[in-house]
Design a binder for this molecule. Structure first.
Ligand SMILES: Nc1ncnc2c1ncn2[C@@H]1O[C@H](COP(=O)(O)OP(=O)(O)OP(=O)(O)O)[C@@H](O)[C@H]1O
Ligand code: SF4
Ligand SMILES: [Mg+2]
Length: 361
């Protein structure tokens, strides 16, 4: 595959959880592409469905949702997956297509997905809390993705490779500390170890889910530097997930903005940050001082206005355009009809009834 070819194609993806309140439409008819060698930023407020999308792409969504329903001790929820009508969109589970390197992942058995996950397509998971196993040394855990996939790797070679990758992510004193348990490492160091684990098997693509949000400001900066180095020096595509537009602005070539389980605007990063056209994106860009500064440097009048109200409960999404209760441009049609995804110019998609009529003033 050459640079610029589609590596990951997500098409009409839906990922719904069962819940006592009803279906939680965490990912709701989402389509987008990640191309070879690029970094796509997935930006959205907390609870917009970003992590659920990562799980869905990796083939882990149903397992996680079933587990959560099973752990709830609610017999209704436990049965919810198996009860619905086959083919209907109104039931929990995963629907739509995920194609990775020309291979359809949706519907592949877990035995096949295990061969792809971690090796070809890996995840830097959100939150450091449960990501590393406290029972095993970090050297052992970093080696896991290649131990699983390369039976013949000998112990010494394995150690050499583990140290090489812990060195790449600049873990201090890795040679001495790789035998230590995760409890001996700070948050920033744990994040470096998770990045090394995601890279060690030489994946084509890494999904980084909120790689900086559990860290203090200094650590955030350091981890962003590691991610930038990976983007520049490794032949790997990135799906960078964050609620922080500043994080996405630093690395992304293209951006997809998610609201209430849908991508409401996507396009080249420059367009999204300097000339957002969906009212939600316009509002988001006025919520982050780093973006206001960036726009000011580009000669634009900066605004820090934010967005009124809160994101919706995904078990009870507003009718029509899900953003309508918070939108300053709302008209009648917005309350009734869900806007379709439109390609308004090459590679720039928007879901808004009023695209072309409104401006960010
Ligand atoms: N196991 C589950 N069962 C039911 N609902 C769930 C489950 N996991 C997540 N949800 C709901 O799905 C929605 C999307 O959650 P998700 O974690 O994907 O959002 P997110 O954009 O990653 O948020 P954050 O920025 O806080 O990480 C939320 O409403 C959340 O409450
Ligand atoms: S469709 Fe209507 S409510 Fe939704 S973002 Fe566009 S103008 Fe606002
Ligand atoms: Mg998340």
């Amino acid at each position: 595959m050459a640079k610029g070819d589609p590596l990951l194609i997500v098409q009409n993806l839906r990922a719904y959880y069962p819940s006592k309140k009803g279906l939680v439409r965490a990912v709701d008819d989402v389509s987008f592409i990640v191309r070879e060698g690029e970094c796509v930023g997935l930006l959205g407020e907390s609870g917009s469905g970003k992590s659920s999308m990562a799980l869905a792409i990796l083939g882990l969504f149903e397992k996680v949702a079933r587990f959560a329903a099973g752990a709830s001790n609610d017999p209704e929820l436990k049965q919810a997956f198996d009860r619905g009508t086959s083919g209907s969109n109104e039931r929990p589970g995963l629907r739509g297509r995920v194609v990775f390197r020309d291979r359809e992942l949706t519907g592949l058995p877990q035995e096949e997905l295990v061969k792809i996950r971690g090796k070809e397509l890996s995840l830097i998971p959100q939150g450091l809390g449960h990501a590393l196993n406290p029972q095993h040394s970090i050297g052992h855990q970093t080696a896991e993705p290649i131990e699983v996939h390369e039976d013949e790797v000998r112990l010494l070679e394995l150690k050499k490779k583990v140290l090489e990758y812990l060195g790449i992510v600049q873990l201090a004193d890795a040679g001495l500390r790789y035998v230590m348990d995760p409890g001996c490492f700070s948050g920033g160091e744990s994040q470096r170890i998770l990045i090394a684990m995601a890279l060690i098997a030489g994946p084509y693509m890494v999904i980084a889910d909120e790689p900086t949000s559990a860290l203090d400001v200094t650590m955030q900066r350091q981890i962003m530097n590691v991610l930038r180095m990976i983007k520049e020096e490794f032949d790997v595509s990135l799906l960078l997930i964050s609620h922080d537009a500043g994080v996405i602005a630093e690395l992304a070539d293209r951006v997809a903005v998610m609201y209430a389980g849908k991508i409401v605007e996507s396009g080249p990063a420059v367009q999204i940050f300097h000339n957002p056209q969906h009212p939600y994106t316009m509002g988001l860009m006025t919520s982050f001082p780093t973006i206001a500064m960036m726009q000011m440097k580009a000669g634009k009048k900066p605004r820090l206005r934010g967005i009124p109200g809160d994101p919706p409960d995904l078990a009870n999404i507003p009718s029509g355009c899900p953003f309508h209760p918070r939108c300053r441009y709302v008209i009648d049609i917005c309350r009734e009809i869900i806007p379709e995804d439109r390609e308004v110019e090459p590679d720039h998609h928007i879901r808004c009834h009023r695209w072309g009529e409104i401006s960010d003033e």
